[in-house]
Design a protein around this ligand. Structure first.
Ligand code: SAH
Ligand code: SF4
Ligand code: F3S
Length: 477
C-alpha cells in the first residue's frame, strides 16, 4: 500500500486543504507514512504570503535530496499557494519536484502522481475552477474524536489589498450555497464535532452564489441559520472577516446567538489612515474602531485579535505611532504582526520597499512589546473570573490537565487533579469536546490555568443574550 507524508505551511485554508488532500489519497488506497523517510509520496502544501515562505520551500525540498536518491520511485508534490503562483516555473526551478498542483486541483493529485510513476515527465496543474466552483467537503477522520472542524463558505478574494498575493494565488471570489454549508456542518456535528469555524478570505462578505457580488453580505443570516438548524453545536467561529463587512446585523448576531464566541479575529494591518489608503484596505482607523467597539458591546468581555503589517512602503515614525496608538486603544488580546514583504504581481511593488530590514525589525519588536503588555494585562484581569472552556484534549505536559479554549479564545489548561467520580474513584473521563465551567486561578504568558467550579466539572451555562448593541455609523467614503 503506498504511503504519503504531508507537510503544511501557511494559514487555516491550507490546514483545511491538507485534510482534503489526505482524504483524496486515502480514497485511492494510500495510507499515512510515519514520516518522510517511509513515504512514497511527499506533499508540501505551501504558502506564498511572504518571501520567507519561498525560502522555506527551497530548503525543505533540498532536505529530501538524499531520500530521492535512495528511492527513485519517491514522488515529491508541491501544492498550495506557491504552487499556484509559480506553476510550471517551479518544475524548472526545483529539479526534485515531480508534481505541482493548485488549490483548486486537489482531486487530480492521485492521477498526476500515477502519471509520474508510470514514467511521465514532471507535471503542473494550476487551473482555477471559476466556471463551476467546487468545495471539497470536510469530513471527520474515521474512528477519531474531533472537537473542531473548518467549513469553507467562500474561496478566493476580490479585494485588492496592494501588498497581498492571495487574490493571485486563490483567484476570484466564489461562494458556496447555504444549503451545502449547512449540510456539511450537520454531518460534522453528527460525527461529534462541537466547534465549527467557517472559512473564507473575506468570510463575512458571504452571500448566496446566485446573488450578485455587489449585494449586501448575507453572512449574519448564514450564522443564524446554522445556529437555528444545529442547536447541538457548541461554538460557531469564523475567519477571516474584513472590517468593511462588519455590519450592524453581524454585531446583532453576536449579541443574540450564544453559539458565537465573545471573540473575533479582525485584521487591521495598520493604524495610519495614510497607510491604510496606500494598502487599499477600504476603511479608515475610525471605521475600524467603530466596528471594534460595536462588536465589544455585543457581549460582556468580548475580545478582538488582529493581523498587522509593519514597514509598509513609506511608513513613517508618525504612521507607526498611529498603529501603536490604535492597537492600545482597541486593546487587542492578541496580534499577529509581520514585516512587510514585497510579493510578485502585487500593486505595492510600485511603491518600492524603502523601510530597511533593521527598522522593520525595530518596529516589529516595539509592537510586540506593546502586545505583550496588553496580553498580560488581559490575562491577569481574568484571574478569579469564571469561564466556559471547550476542551480540545489532554494537556501535552501534565497528565492531570486538559486543554481547551475559553468563550473568548484564550488557551485554558484545566486542572482536574481534584476531580473524582461520586464513588470517590479517580476521574478517568475523556473530557475532549465537553464544555466546562471553570474558575481561572493563574495567568501564564500566553494561557490561563483554571479549576472546575465545584468538586465535579459542571457543564457550562450559556451566556445570556444582549438585545441592545451599538449601532454602526456608515463607513467613511
Ligand atoms: N484574508 C485575510 C488574510 C490574508 S493573509 C485578511 O484579509 O485578513 C494573512 C495575513 O498576512 C494578512 O492579514 C497580513 O497581515 C499578512 N500579509 C499579507 N501579505 C503580506 C505581505 N506582503 N507582507 C507581510 N505580511 C503580509
Ligand atoms: Fe489579501 Fe486583502 Fe484579500 Fe485578505 S482581503 S486575502 S489581505 S487581498
Ligand atoms: Fe493562506 Fe499563505 Fe495562501 S496565508 S491563502 S496559504 S498565501
Amino acid at each position: 500500500m503506498p504511503r504519503f507524508h504531508i507537510q503544511t505551511f501557511g494559514c487555516q485554508m491550507n490546514v483545511h486543504d491538507s485534510r482534503r488532500i489526505e482524504e483524496v489519497l486515502y480514497e485511492r488506497g494510500y495510507q499515512a507514512a510515519s514520516g518522510p523517510e517511509s513515504a512514497d509520496l511527499i506533499v508540501l502544501n505551501t504558502c506564498s504570503v511572504r518571501e520567507k515562505a519561498d525560502h522555506k520551500l527551497l530548503s525543505m525540498v533540498g532536505t529530501f535530496r538524499d531520500l530521492k536518491e535512495q528511492n527513485h520511485d519517491l514522488v515529491i508534490a508541491v501544492a498550495g499557494c506557491m504552487a499556484q503562483q509559480q506553476g510550471e516555473a517551479l518544475l524548472d526551478r526545483l529539479d526534485l519536484v515531480d508534481v505541482v498542483i493548485g488549490p483548486d486541483n486537489i482531486p487530480d493529485l492521485p492521477g498526476l502522481v500515477q502519471h509520474v510513476q508510470d514514467g511521465g515527465p514532471p507535471v503542473a496543474r494550476t487551473v482555477f475552477d471559476l466556471d463551476s466552483p467546487s468545495f471539497l467537503t470536510a469530513r471527520v477522520r474515521p474512528g477519531q474524536r474531533e472537537v473542531s472542524a473548518f467549513v469553507t463558505v467562500m474561496k478566493g478574494c476580490d479585494e485588492r489589498c496592494t501588498y497581498c498575493i492571495v487574490p493571485y494565488t486563490r483567484g476570484a471570489e466564489r461562494y458556496r450555497a447555504a444549503d451545502e454549508i449547512v449540510a456539511e456542518c450537520a454531518t460534522l456535528c453528527a460525527g461529534g464535532v462541537r466547534e465549527i469555524t467557517l472559512l473564507g478570505q473575506t468570510v463575512n462578505s458571504w452571500h448566496e452564489p446566485s446573488e450578485p457580488s455587489a449585494s449586501e453580505s448575507r453572512f449574519p443570516e448564514l450564522l443564524r441559520r446554522i445556529a437555528r438548524e444545529l442547536p447541538q453545536l457548541l461554538r460557531l467561529r469564523y475567519t477571516s472577516p474584513h472590517p468593511r463587512h462588519v455590519t450592524s446585523a453581524l454585531v446583532q448576531a453576536h449579541a443574540e446567538l450564544d453559539m458565537l464566541p465573545a471573540h473575533v479575529h479582525l485584521p487591521l494591518q495598520s493604524g495610519s489612515d495614510r497607510i491604510l489608503r496606500l494598502m487599499l484596505r477600504r476603511y479608515r482607523s475610525a471605521d475600524y474602531l467603530a466596528r471594534a467597539r460595536a462588536l465589544m458591546s455585543a457581549r460582556p468581555g468580548f475580545t478582538l485579535s488582529t493581523d498587522m503589517i509593519v514597514g509598509f512602503p513609506g511608513e513613517t515614525e508618525t504612521d507607526f505611532q498611529d498603529t501603536l496608538a490604535l492597537v492600545r486603544e482597541v486593546g487587542f488580546c492578541a496580534v499577529f504582526a509581520f514585516k512587510y514583504s514585497p510579493r510578485p504581481h502585487t500593486p505595492a511593488l510600485r511603491l518600492g520597499d524603502d523601510i530597511c530590514e533593521e527598522l522593520k525589525s525595530e518596529r516589529l519588536a516595539r509592537l510586540f512589546e506593546l502586545v505583550d503588555e496588553l496580553q498580560s494585562k488581559h490575562l491577569q484581569s481574568l484571574v478569579g473570573s469564571t469561564a466556559e472552556v471547550l476542551v480540545e484534549g489532554p494537556s501535552k505536559t501534565n497528565a492531570a490537565r486538559w486543554t481547551g479554549r475559553s468563550e473568548r479564545h484564550e488557551i485554558v489548561h484545566v486542572d482536574l487533579s481534584a476531580a473524582h467520580e461520586p464513588s470517590g474513584t479517580r476521574d478517568l473521563r475523556d473530557y475532549a469536546g465537553e464544555l466546562l465551567r471553570v474558575r481561572v486561578i493563574e495567568a501564564n504568558k500566553r494561557s490561563l490555568l483554571a479549576v472546575p467550579m465545584g468538586t465535579m466539572p459542571q457543564p457550562a451555562r450559556r451566556l445570556p443574550a444582549r438585545k441592545q448593541v451599538v449601532r454602526l455609523p456608515l463607513m467613511s467614503p
